[in-house]
Write a protein of this length. Structure first.
Length: 462
């Protein structure tokens, strides 16, 4: 700390002008000038980087709406025309890196969205997928299948790194809570900042490379021909949908939520095989995790990132009881979904949804005589025996089954040949009809399905 000496005459002038007199004399032997030393006002420490970013780049809408609207209204096409033999310079990857870094520093524990509006592929900097020279074509499906595209893998790794860098510890889902309440704890790594991509172009823009970034953060991917289309305008408007004003507790608040995670708990008779959708595995091993993996398996908890009332996730289960072991009569199955998220009002909520249903034991029929077989088929005016599969037949939801099968088929096409996947769909349909349809062998006209199954074959065919 710097100090300065004040001249005696100056101090005397201050006293004559009404200033307070000098303080009491110091201890004996102290120089008189030392008694006049004063402490300068303490300098304020510089604000932390997060506050500097908030003050310079991020403001509440109420303070910047007029400036923002004027900027958007004054936007004009780039006056610098690219040469005919070159593509335009687009540094989409660098812009995403800067935006996500700013949010990570300024708002590390608050929900936020990064919205990308692009009209072409990234051609410069990290994440570029094509050179500026037009004589070098953009990668095709054949190039990706052969692995001869040199820019594809580095771009995928760059955007994947951004996805993992934007994930934060936002709390662990704890079981045993019903309804909607605040959660606690920590441990999970969930994305609290969402990345949306709105691409309007007749050419490719690199959605394949940015897929992991958008999916891991729970964002949206919207494709269109131009930004003047209603597809783009309506999609952008729906991002900011709000709850009805008369909804208790949420009236007028935005429907979007952040940092979501989901945990699935089950009774001992069934196990979790995996999930398909905008989820990321949290690698949580639990006793109810099955050996067979479907989608993102090996865990019973997933990070979702951004979430809204229209988010859908397919969860697959397997029966842990061997087929030869009967479940005790009256035994019921339980499945509980624990969804934790950061609400748009800034509070953390934990929503618990518990499902309960009965088990059905399929008892193999005893060998029948010819007369009993005719009675079962309805001959001789005798009533048919009750079908042992009837409870399963009449509880089948063919629309939900079609969605789950379609999601699984699309997921398998990412790692398998599409022809193999189509044959798998056909075999699955044949096995289902063989088990639940009523028919006489070698008589196609006798084939019958109960109404709960009647549309499922058509769903699979189309």
């Amino acid at each position: 700390t710097m100090k300065y000496k004040q001249h005696p005459t100056t101090a005397s002038n201050h006293a004559h002008n009404g200033a307070p007199p000098p303080g009491p004399p110091g201890p004996p032997g102290q120089h008189p000038h030392m008694q006049q030393q004063q402490q300068p006002p303490a300098q304020q420490p510089p604000p932390p980087p997060s506050q500097q970013i908030l003050q310079r780049f991020l403001l509440p809408v109420s303070e910047c709406s007029l400036n923002l609207e004027s900027i958007l209204e004054d936007l004009r096409c780039d006056p610098w025309i690219a040469p005919t033999n070159l593509r335009r310079n687009r540094c989409t990857g660098s812009a995403l890196s800067v935006a996500t870094s700013m949010l990570d520093i300024a708002c590390p524990r608050r929900g936020a969205r990064v919205m990308v509006f692009t009209g072409g592929p990234c051609t410069f900097g990290p994440g570029n997928i094509v050179s500026r020279e037009k004589n070098k074509d953009l990668r095709s499906h054949a190039d990706l299948a052969k692995g001869v595209e040199p820019l594809h893998q580095p771009a995928c790794e760059f955007y994947a790194k951004l996805a993992h860098a934007s994930r934060h510890h936002v709390g662990d889902v704890k079981g045993g809570t019903s309804g909607t309440s605040g959660g606690g704890g920590s441990g999970n790594v969930d994305s609290i900042h969402v990345v949306d991509v709105f691409a309007c172009s007749l050419d490719q823009v690199g959605m394949l490379e940015m897929k992991e970034l958008v999916e891991a953060t729970g964002g949206l991917m919207v494709l269109g021909d131009s930004f003047g289309q209603s597809v783009f305008k309506e999609s952008l408007r729906r991002v900011f949908n709000r709850h009805p004003e008369d909804k208790p507790g949420d009236g007028g608040l935005m429907m979007m939520a952040f940092g979501a995670s989901m945990e699935v708990l089950t009774s001992r008779e069934c196990k979790v095989s995996g999930a398909i959708g905008p989820v990321t595995s949290l690698h949580k091993k639990a006793p109810n995790v099955g050996d067979m993996e479907i989608g993102k398996g090996g865990t019973n908890a997933w990070g979702i990132g951004g979430i809204d009332p229209t988010t859908t996730i397919a969860v697959y289960f397997e029966v842990a009881v061997p087929g030869t072991t009967a479940v005790p009569e009256g035994k019921r199955r339980y499945i509980q979904f624990l969804t934790k998220y950061l609400h748009s009002n800034g509070k953390t909520r934990l929503r618990s949804t518990t499902l309960c249903g009965p088990w059905h034991n399929i008892i193999p029929p005893a060998p029948k005589s010819n007369n009993q077989q005719q009675q079962q088929n309805g001959y001789g005016g005798q009533p048919q025996e009750q079908d042992p599969l009837a409870p399963i037949k009449y509880s089948f939801d063919q629309e939900a089954a079609a969605v789950l099968t379609a999601r699984l088929a699309v997921h398998r096409t990412e790692t398998e040949d599409p022809g193999d996947v189509m044959r798998w769909v056909d075999r699955s349909l044949i096995r289902l009809c063989n088990k639940f349809a009523d028919y006489i062998p070698d008589d196609p006209s006798s084939f019958r399905l109960v109404p709960q199954f009647s549309l499922y074959p058509q769903f699979m065919f189309h």
